[in-house]
Design a protein around this ligand. Structure first.
Ligand code: ADP
Ligand code: MG
Length: 728
């Protein structure tokens, strides 16, 4: 499966949006973020710190300030990744940042406005333009899926009927983690894939009561799979599959948990879960020393498992706002992004995977084509006068034109019509004979039509499947002229060059610092002192920077630890409360039954209830009647117990009538299993009552409710009862 295996780092770019109107009106403080586009550096100023405090500088693969256009970011940082996906690599782009900093703007943008189209619509253009310009021996299949993760539940955005169904994650050794039963739409043009995106966006908006709140708390993943088949040097067709994940993450700001309880607390904890799990995964990977990477901690990290430290090329776009009031969040985002730079991925080309849909389609097309050819060949044989006996060798089949089959059908139809006319016009035929012959022709005509219908259906099916495959340079027309293509190529060369320049400058900066001392030669002591003092000052400033950095990191650590402790306390309190309820209000038998049904699902990473009846035997076996809580074979009513003790009197059983000795004295009654026990309240005369003689025993609760009734009733009466309650 692997062709080229090398390791490369996650590319991290940072984008800062312009100050919005509200922030501008807040005062003259201006932005706290400065960017050096040439060096790829972000310089952050702490608005609360004294001016003497050194500024914080972070270096990234590229930075984009508020003047940068959508197209600049795409051309420089995204285009190479999409090219790789088209070559069969896995690719991921995710936007990370605080709510309102431009994640959705970067990923989607205003897609109707060509200037403001984000990464997702631009990648549609890119993919389909590439297909239209590729050689005609290449076949493509493009599929799109759209999902959302909200409160740790996965929702399919392309299946509105199942918008509320939670999807499950599964793992496949070949393709990695995937979502089971996720809808995927085959797209043949930019327009079709844009429709898919819009449909998903609408479902997302409808499902949310407050769109702003919802979108800032949920992760949206748009997945594109591009399968490409091309004949290899061995003459066989080889398939490459590139998977592209376009991820718009939830806002990175911490959800306030102070003071919230119960469901709200769990909700807040779940919202933070995916992002803090993502942070832990990034830290574990960036650290490189810890063996365990906690991918399984959240749905998001499991889905992005390949993108972080696995088989994928990844670009992270960290978005910032320039407003001073968001300094803390901006700093956190920059630190997060800085850590992600160190993640090493091992991307490789996915060649000839077992589950390529394109291969299935190709097989199906070949099968249908063979069937059609066979039919046409058969028709041709008949047309040429051979009688086909249905079992003939088909070795002589060729790729006949559709016209051949049509010719035969029209000719045959005309012939049959003529023959029918001839029979009708034949005056020498007996009426009976005429009828028989006409019937025969009618039947032949019917057979012919059926045959034609079947062929048409087969052709339609064949065409439908074939139309899903895109052939390089054929299905989609590219109207760009040669000059435009050359211009695009030149533009691409320039961006490549800018990128390389920046990389070289960054490397030079690092080397400069290292080799400063080596290059220095001093002519006098004075000069040496001056140079060394300068260097000392520089290093001192660096030391101060690092010290504040350590302090900041420590503070943040303490803060997040306190938050975690608080959540833990709240959750422990809830747990204790639930234990209290279980211990005091739920019978131990019920508790045990529930406990016995619980199993741990390692796939889903959660506890699940086993069904009462194993699902595979559901149809063949009836559900077993549950045993009663008290240990009887089955739940038993007071009425049934009484009836049991009454002995085998069958007379009125069908009518649901109970034969009661209503003159019995209630005080001589004891419970069925303690029939020999003597009731302390019994008087000696009660022992000789007729009921006792006959061994009738009733539970005390029943007898107490009967007390008043029995005292006024007469001997040996019949009590009709619909239910035990009526009898009582
Ligand atoms: P997020 O998805 O991170 O919550 P949005 O993408 O919704 O943030 O952006 C918030 C607002 O800021 C939107 O009105 C958007 O148009 C605007 N915005 C974001 N980034 C930019 C940018 N680079 N240039 C101009 N406007 C931007
Ligand atoms: Mg958003």
């Amino acid at each position: 499966m692997s062709k080229t295996k090398s390791s490369e780092c996650v590319k991290v770019v940072v984008r800062c949006r312009p100050l919005n109107r509200k922030e501008e009106s807040n005062g003259p403080a201006g932005g706290i973020v400065k960017m050096d586009l040439k060096l790829g550096q972000v310089i952050l100023r702490n608005p609360r710190a004294p001016p003497s405090e050194p500024l914080k500088t972070f270096t990234f693969d590229a930075v984009y300030d508020s003047n940068c256009k959508q197209r600049d970011l795409y051309e420089e940082s995204v285009r190479p990744l999409i090219d790789s996906v088209l070559d069969g690599f896995n690719g991921t782009i995710f936007a990370y940042g605080q709510t309102g900093t431009g994640k959705t703007y970067t990923m989607q943008g205003a897609w109707m406005d060509p200037e403001k189209r984000g990464v997702i619509p631009n990648s549609f253009d890119h993919i389909f333009t590439h297909i239209s310009r590729s050689q005609s021996d290449k076949q493509y299949l493009v599929r799109a899926s759209y999902l959302e993760i909200y409160l740790e539940e996965i929702r399919d955005l392309l299946d509105p009927n199942h918008a509320n169904t939670r999807l499950e994650l599964r793992e496949n050794p070949d393709t990695g983690v995937y979502v089971r039963d996720l809808t995927s739409c085959v797209c043949k043009s930019i327009k079709e894939i844009e429709e898919v995106m819009n449909m998903g966006n609408q479902v997302r908006a409808v499902g949310a009561t407050d769109m702003n709140e919802h979108s800032s708390r949920s992760h949206a993943l748009f997945l594109i799979t591009v399968e490409c088949s091309q004949p290899g040097p061995d003459g066989r067709k080889h398939i490459r599959v590139g998977r592209l994940n376009l991820v718009d993450l939830a806002g990175s700001e911490r959800q306030a948990k102070t003071g919230v309880q119960g469901e709200r607390l769990k909700e807040a904890a779940k919202i933070n879960l995916s992002l803090s799990a993502l942070g832990n995964v990034i830290s574990a990977l960036a650290d490189g020393r810890s063996g365990h990477v906690p991918y399984r901690d959240s749905k998001l990290t499991r889905l992005l498992q390949d993108s972080l430290g696995g088989n994928a090329k990844t670009v992270m776009v960290a978005t910032l706002g320039p407003a001073p009031q968001h300094y803390d969040e901006t700093l956190t985002t920059l630190r997060y992004a800085n850590r992600a730079k160190n993640i090493q991925n091992q991307p490789r080309v996915n060649e000839d995977p077992k589950d390529a849909l394109l291969r299935e389609f190709q097989k199906e097309i070949a099968r249908l084509k063979a069937q059609l050819n066979h039919r046409k060949w058969r028709n041709k044989q008949k047309k040429d006068g051979d009688v086909w006996d249905g079992d003939e060798d088909t070795a002589g089949e060729e790729d006949y034109e559709e016209k051949d089959g049509e010719d035969y059908v029209t000719l045959e139809e005309r012939r049959l019509e003529m023959e029918t006319e001839a029979i009708k016009g034949d005056r020498f035929l007996l009426a009976e004979e005429k009828q028989r012959l006409l019937g025969e022709k009618e039947r032949m005509m019917g057979d012919l039509r059926k045959e034609q219908e079947a062929t048409e259906q087969l052709t339609a099916k064949y065409k439908a499947i074939e139309s899903k495959l895109l052939v390089g340079g054929k299905n989609i027309m590219d109207h760009t002229n040669e000059q435009q293509k050359i211009l695009e190529m030149k533009r691409q060369e320039i961006t490549d060059q800018t990128r390389t320049e920046r990389e070289i400058q960054q490397q030079m900066l690092v080397r400069d610092e290292e080799t400063l001392e080596l290059r220095d030669t001093f002519t006098s002591l004075q000069q040496e002192v001056e140079a060394k003092t300068k260097k000392l000052k520089k290093l001192y400033a660096k030391l101060q920077c690092l010290k504040t950095e350590i302090k900041d990191v420590n503070d943040e650590h303490v803060r997040s630890r306190q938050e975690l402790e608080q959540t833990q306390n709240e959750l422990t309190r809830e747990l204790k409360f639930k234990y209290l309820i279980i211990e005091n209000f739920i019978p131990p038998e019920e508790k045990n039954k529930i406990m016995n049904r619980l199993t741990f699902d390692p796939e889903e990473d959660q506890w699940k209830f086993q069904p009462l009846v194993p699902s595979e035997r559901k149809s063949s076996q009836m559900k077993k009647r549950p045993a009663s809580a008290v240990g009887y074979k089955r739940p038993i009513t007071q009425f049934a117990r009484v009836a049991m003790t009454m002995g085998p009197t069958t007379r009125y059983r069908a009518e649901n009538i109970m034969f009661l000795e209503l003159d019995m004295n209630p005080l001589n009654i004891s419970s069925p299993d303690r029939s020999s026990d003597t009731d302390p309240n019994q008087s000696p005369s009660q022992d000789s009552s007729p009921t006792k003689d006959r061994g009738i025993c009733k539970s005390s609760s029943w007898c107490q409710t009967q007390k008043s009734l029995l005292s006024s009733s007469s001997n040996g009466s019949l009590v009709a009862c619909q239910t035990p309650a009526v009898a009582q």
